[in-house]
Design a binder for this molecule. Structure first.
Ligand code: ZN
Ligand code: FE
Length: 281
């Protein structure tokens, strides 16, 4: 058995004594978005003892640097989908650190110790974090999201004020996936894979210009980017108020989009976004 086929039990040790529903708290865990490649984020979640996990390391360098800077030990790597900008740093980091790699059932991801799918729960002993796995097909057919401690790692399914392109799924699948995510508690922190918020706001405003929450989010995103800061995480409550892909039943979007039913409206919205060129920032 090689190190990429460890039994699930090995990662399940020592869980009985920890609190059942530990909410995200800066005192207990630190959540950081590490910029990577051109506009990716690698999410780093560390506990107070210095044990850490990362999500979607598209390259190893930023993770290595953060671990060294903060004196952290990498214990787990969570992958949402097979695209290189989310997985390419995995094998290197796993080899350097002995981190356990969690990944969806998909042969296109080679470096995985534990395969996960919809309904599974990832239990990590150190840091003592648990995540529910949600199957969210649409961007890719095997895409998963991880939800726990008030944090949602959603890869390229839900973006702030947008959603991923439909490379391997139907509009109906993507709509169902987004609505499953949107049904999580409103204060859930949305940790997605890319810094696309400002361009997404420009597109959304074309269809939903009277939405004051969207106007505010757009101004805030522009200011954060001007300062070189991340616009993430957002919250699901913000996304429900601003994200056009979660608002296809609103009067503004219903009026702006073509299609007799919600799936057709969603497909029209996604098509328009595919053809949208954001004005230069
Ligand atoms: Zn992707
Ligand atoms: Fe991506």
């Amino acid at each position: 058995m090689n190190r990429f086929s460890r039994p699930l039990d090995e990662t399940n040790a020592g869980l009985t004594s920890r609190p059942k529903c530990l909410a995200y708290s800066p005192a207990l865990m630190r959540l950081t978005a590490l910029p990577a490649l051109s506009d990716n984020y690698i999410w780093l979640l560390a506990d107070a003892a210095g044990d850490a996990l990362v999500v979607d390391p598209g390259e190893a360098g930023p993770v290595r640097k953060a671990l060294a800077r903060d004196g952290l030990r990498l214990r787990a790597i969570l992958l949402t989908h097979h695209h290189p900008d989310h997985v390419a740093g995995t094998a290197e980091l796993a080899a350097e650190t002995d981190a356990v790699v969690y990944a969806p059932h998909d042969d296109r991801i080679a470096a995985a110790n534990v395969r996960v799918g919809d309904g599974d729960r990832v239990r990590i002993a150190q840091p003592a974090f648990e995540f529910d796995v949600l199957g969210v097909p649409g961007h890719t057919r095997s895409h998963v999201a991880y939800h726990g401690h008030g944090v949602l790692f959603c890869g390229d399914t839900l973006f702030s004020v947008g959603c991923g392109r439909l490379f391997e799924g139907t509009p109906q699948q993507m709509l169902e996936s987004l609505e499953r995510l949107a049904a999580l508690p409103g204060d859930t922190r949305v940790c997605c894979g890319h810094e696309y918020t400002a361009a997404n706001c420009a597109f959304a405003l074309e269809l939903d210009s009277a939405n004051t929450a969207l106007q505010a989010r757009s101004a805030q995103a522009a200011e954060l980017r001007r300062q070189g800061r991340s616009t993430l995480p957002s919250t699901l409550a913000e996304e429900r108020a601003c994200n056009p892909f979660l608002r296809i039943d609103s009067p503004a979007l219903t009026a702006a989009l073509e299609g007799n039913d919600r799936v057709a409206r969603f497909a029209d919205l996604r098509r328009r976004k595919d053809g949208f060129k954001a004005p230069a920032a």
